[in-house]
Design a protein around this ligand. Sequence first.
Ligand code: IPE
Ligand code: IPE
Ligand code: MG
Length: 246
Amino acid sequence: MEQLASDKLPTHLAIIMDGNGRWAQQRMLKRIVGHQRGAETVKMMVKQASQLGIKYLTLFAFSSENWLRPAVEVRALMTLLKKYIRQETARMMQKNIRYNIIGNRSELPDDVNQTLDEAIRITSGNTGMVLTLALSYGGRQELSRAAARAARDVQAGLLAADDITVDVFGRYLDTGGLPDPDFLIRTSGEMRISNFLLWQLAYTELYFTDTNWPDFTINEFHKALADFQSRERRFGKTSDQLSTRN
Ligand code: IPE
Ligand code: IPE
Ligand code: MG
């Protein structure tokens, strides 16, 4: 296992959990079996991240574009999501984890929304890790919804157009109140963002692995974190400036 420095962990870790379908297809199994196995990796990751003391974990679970998949797969994913939330809420209480959702919830089925509302309500007083699930989430969709909300506030006289700074606009996003991700992991070898957190990933360190999500292990997670810890985040400054704290 890699040696990790506890003071240099990402505050906010985001993950594009990809490769469930291929994992299953390579084993002549149905895609949904890959999603079921992927849910087991989610349980492991939530446990590991909260044990390590990561404050925010954000998981891309279902994208705006995933609605275009065959109806049977979409239905199976919604059923799996409800099952996961129901099964895991007790563990979230044990581990002091709070649920948060980003994405366009109005596109989700009513029964899924009810299950989510309940889990959010039950865990709302928890003060440990914030587990954000991105559901029916697309970065461009989020940005256009935020722009519409800000425009409505301008129309209502609550906001001046010239006051829309980076910070102010950030508060109109679904992630308002969350810090930007420090580290993004994407599994399954795809090197793209797929419309995830377009605004928030501006200065995030990116990490890609060929491993499919159901095969992602604690060991690999630690390897990824060790890689994060070896990086110098300059945010536009020079390396010298960082070492002399100028
Ligand atoms: C990620 O796995 C899970 C979701 C997008 C819901 P995929 O289902 O995209 O797996 P691949 O990319 O087809 O292997
Ligand atoms: C991104 O994975 C969405 C989630 C992980 C939920 P996709 O598998 O949908 O991404 P693309 O379509 O291959 O880019
Ligand atoms: Mg995929």
